[in-house]
Design a protein around this ligand. Structure first.
Ligand code: 5GP
Ligand code: ZN
Length: 140
């Protein structure tokens, strides 16, 4: 499996750095974002390293999307947001900051005024961990 020793998400896949895991299968991993744009913000990644959408094989994208479907349903069940955005950045101009393909699952509330480039504000790790446990319990 493709891996990059300098990639933070490859380190998470390898277990070298911790994450609040929500779901995993043979090819994908879902975990909480530690700088949440909104409550319940999480990420789904392929376990193999591909820098962006265009460099990710379509079959891998399909497996990531199946995992997104499962985890988004768990987030919906746990938090009952008014909506969910899937966001995915490619390249510096799109404000991509981690160059390992990932899908953002972001909860939305009516009137939350969340903008596309939401900035990275560190979340409350205790609250994120507690929420991860609740979402994990709803992954079908
Ligand atoms: P991008 O800016 O590439 O679209 O998204 C990268 C995301 O990865 C950001 O939302 C950022 O908060 C998140 N992130 C960066 N480093 C880590 C980390 O070490 N752990 C977790 N869980 N998320 C991270
Ligand atoms: Zn990687």
């Amino acid at each position: 499996m493709a891996s990059d020793p300098n990639c933070i998400f490859c380190k998470i896949v390898a277990g070298a750095i911790p994450c609040f895991k929500l779901h995993e299968d043979a090819d994908t991993l879902a975990f909480m974002d530690i700088n949440p744009a909104n409550e319940g913000h999480c990420l789904v990644i392929p376990k193999s390293h591909h820098p962006n959408l265009l460099e990710t094989p379509p079959d891998v994208l399909g497996r990531v999307m199946a995992s997104v479907h499962k985890v988004a349903a768990a987030v919906q069940k746990t938090l009952s947001p008014d909506g969910i955005n899937l966001v995915q950045a490619n390249g510096k101009g799109a404000e991509q900051s981690v160059f390992h393909f990932h899908m953002h699952i972001i909860t939305r509330r009516v009137g939350d005024e969340l903008k596309m480039n939401w900035g990275h504000k560190p979340g409350d790790m205790k609250a994120i961990g507690a929420l991860a446990e609740r979402i994990r319990g709803n992954v079908g």
